[in-house]
Design a protein around this ligand. Sequence first.
Ligand code: CAA
Length: 291
Amino acid sequence: MSQENRPVNRITVIGAGTMGSQIAMVAALSGVSASLVDIKQEQLDVAKEQLWSRVDRDVHKGRRSLEDVNAAKARLNFTTDLEAAVAASDFVIEAAIEDLKIKRELFATLDRIAPPHAILATNSSNIVSSRVADATSRPDRVCNMHFFNPALVMECVEIIPHAQTSEKTVDIAAGLAESFGKRVVKLNKEVPGFIANRLLNAIRREALELYEDGVASAEDIDLAAKTALRHPMGPFELMDLVGIDVVYLIRMAEYEQTADPESLPAESVKKLYEEGSFGRKTGKGWYSYSN
Ligand code: CAA
């Protein structure tokens, strides 16, 4: 089979944070062999424990069979060995920190160690792939592939090509997302924030303005979103789910691209970020979490 038509048999996901770990689990559940790579073994251990408890719960609740879950666990490899994982992969999804310099260095490394046919995708929600593609020798095989939190549950995956991304790459990325059981939203061109996050940001911006102006508490704004608009979560609860650090860094990444002060994080978000209150993952954000 020519390299162009090679199907995706093995994927690597880079970054065992909330997004990366669930994306790797989604892949393994769909039948693809997946490696989840992180520089920290402890992060991989935490990810494994959380993922196993999620899928065991699915078995317990009758949502998945024990055989399927055991097979998926066997297909998912947790490793700190980036080179070995990527060298054997047809498709790489980067879900590391929202920092352009780190991503560019990573993409240059991935380009060196990945097989020539492999596609290099970034799950970044704000750093458009053209900004990392030129750190590689294969810009036609680079795109954004954006999942939503929690990736095990949310159906949408946005696929965003940059000007040099080939149609073949878009088709393979879309086919892969569909094989994961996701609904694919294709963008025709790059725009920071893509579609869903721009919609979300509009609501979040209004919510933060209402809060900072003292119009209502975070709890009441969330209550309005849930009971008047039937959103599953209010904007403040959602920030805690996504991570205040992620929300903050996304705004900073956007500011870096737009130089528009409107892109900067709200003062109240900056305060939580600076005190290390990142939401559910640290036990405190807009709300407090006991476990
Ligand atoms: N991870 C994996 N699965 C989860 C989960 C998580 N963190 N939270 C909930 N679930 C699953 C579980 O299967 C759970 O069932 P069990 O508790 O029986 O196991 C099921 O969802 C229902 O969960 P809950 O009863 O706790 O609560 P819920 O019905 O409100 O659903 C939710 C939870 C799916 C998260 C829902 O509240 C929701 O859809 N919220 C909005 C999420 C959203 O907007 N995400 C997009 C964020 S933006 C983003 O991700 C982009 C970015 O770039 C940062």
